[in-house]
Write a protein that binds this ligand. Structure first.
Ligand SMILES: [Zn+2]
Length: 267
């Protein structure tokens, strides 16, 4: 009986655990919003690909001393519950940086027209905001809602901006015009949050030229993916991705055929 209880506790623990990763003195928590499964339908070129792809919607909380920065917000799945698990109520989050303005990244900012993070400053990529305001009615509405709900608490950033001493925005356009990666640096250690560089892990690591239907500019998305995966492989800087299966953190190595291999952290 006691043993069964212990096993149940272990299962419970693994269901709720929020994984963390250390970069110098900075702690990176991988905060899951949802488990997802995306099939080959998300690929522009589906040739030779069948079956589905286990994926996640991840956000990351970066904690450096008293400063906590949430990167992306998911889409109102388990994110808030998982943040609480590591001691952060939504009103304790004062800084949120958005990688790009797709709904699975900004959706968790608002519930039923009200802000979920009452004390947060929200940083949006300036090129996405400009694009969103001049594109589809749906995108325009999303940009307007953010402005009306967060008002003065919205800021924009550009590539190269050192938003915090340990966090720099890195150009990663293609998926959206303002899509950004983030370089975390602390005490000589680094990690690159690659955001939506990867949606279908097995296929896009082996062949980074495969774009997805959500890419606003597929050709640029491909060259960005090749550039950043090469950077990660050459420098051995670990990466963290929003749609790499949870916790979404690992290292990149080059494969013999021009592709890449993802080595999950801890494996
Ligand atoms: Zn996404």
């Amino acid at each position: 009986m006691a043993r069964t209880f212990f096993i149940l506790l272990l299962i419970w623990g693994s269901l709720w655990a929020v994984e963390s990763f250390q970069v110098g003195s900075v702690t990176l928590f991988a905060v899951k919003d949802l488990d997802t499964n995306m099939g080959s339908a998300i690929l522009l070129n589906k040739e030779g690909v069948s079956g589905s792809n286990q994926s996640s919607i991840n956000a990351f909380l970066i904690v450096s001393g008293e400063t906590a920065v949430l990167i992306d917000t998911g889409m109102n799945g388990e994110l808030q519950t998982n943040l609480k698990e590591i001691g952060y109520e939504t009103d304790a989050i004062r800084q949120i940086v958005i990688t790009h303005m797709h709904n699975d990244h900004i959706g968790g900012l608002i519930s039923e027209g009200r802000k979920n993070f009452s004390n947060a400053m929200v940083y949006l990529p300036e090129n996405d905001l400009r694009f969103w305001r001049n594109s589809t009615p749906e995108n325009k509405r999303a940009a307007e809602e953010l402005k009306s709900v967060y008002g003065e608490n919205l800021k924009t950033y550009g590539w190269g901006d050192q938003i915090f001493p340990f966090l720099q925005a890195v150009r990663a356009d293609g998926h959206t015009p303002g899509h950004s990666a983030f370089l975390i640096s602390s005490e000589g250690e680094k990690l690159l949050i690659v955001s939506d560089l990867i949606h279908f892990l097995a296929v896009q690591m082996a062949d980074p030229t495969r774009a997805v239907v959500f890419d606003v500019d597929p050709q640029t998305a491909v060259s960005t993916r090749v550039r950043l995966l090469n950077l990660a492989a050459n420098t051995k800087i670990p990466i963290a991705g929003m749609h790499i299966p949870y916790p979404g953190i690992g290292r990149v190595a080059k494969a013999v055929n021009g592709g890449f291999i993802f080595i999950p952290e801890g494996s």
